[in-house]
Design a protein around this ligand. Structure first.
Ligand code: FAD
Length: 116
């Protein structure tokens, strides 16, 4: 089928990348060391240089200048990532995501246990 046999388009790449970015933020340390904070900043900066959708990457770099990554804790990074994603959602006319639900969506799953 299309998704498994064809090179990814902007949408498929985007969904896969958000899965990676939000999951990485969800499992970032609660109390990262100075070195871990530096490494995360550097990862996101490199990521925004090489993300293979030119206009997306350019926009991300601009947003990161205005609102640099918050790497002081897991919660701050998860919220920052949610905010970045919402900026893209806004530009694309998609619904804004409630960042209070970011752990439920990307780490803990819903309370009814259907994802366990
Ligand atoms: P996606 O937006 O991919 O979201 C996947 C899932 O994440 C959703 O189903 C929802 O459960 C969850 N989610 C949604 N919002 C949030 C949030 N704020 N926080 C946490 N979880 C959330 N496309 C363009 O056309 N132009 C661009 O400039 C562009 N820039 C991008 C920049 C980056 C860094 C990335 C990773 C992607 C970019 N994309 C861009 C792709 C775009 O964001 C979507 O991934 C794509 O349009 C597919 O959208 P979707 O509706 O399937 O859900």
């Amino acid at each position: 089928n299309y998704e498994n046999e064809c090179p990814p388009d902007k949408e498929i790449l985007g969904r896969a990348t958000w899965t990676f970015l939000h999951t990485m933020a969800a499992y970032y340390p609660e109390k990262p060391s100075a070195m871990e904070q530096t490494t995360m900043k550097s990862l996101l900066s490199s990521f925004s240089q090489f993300y293979p959708c030119g206009p997306c990457a350019e926009h991300l770099r601009e947003e990161m200048k205005v609102d640099p990554p918050k790497v002081e804790s897991r919660k701050e990074l998860a919220w920052w990532m949610c905010g970045m994603h919402n900026k893209v959602n806004d530009i694309l006319g998609k619904e804004s995501f409630d960042c209070n639900k970011v752990d439920e969506r990307w780490k803990d799953g819903p309370a009814d246990g259907r994802c366990d």
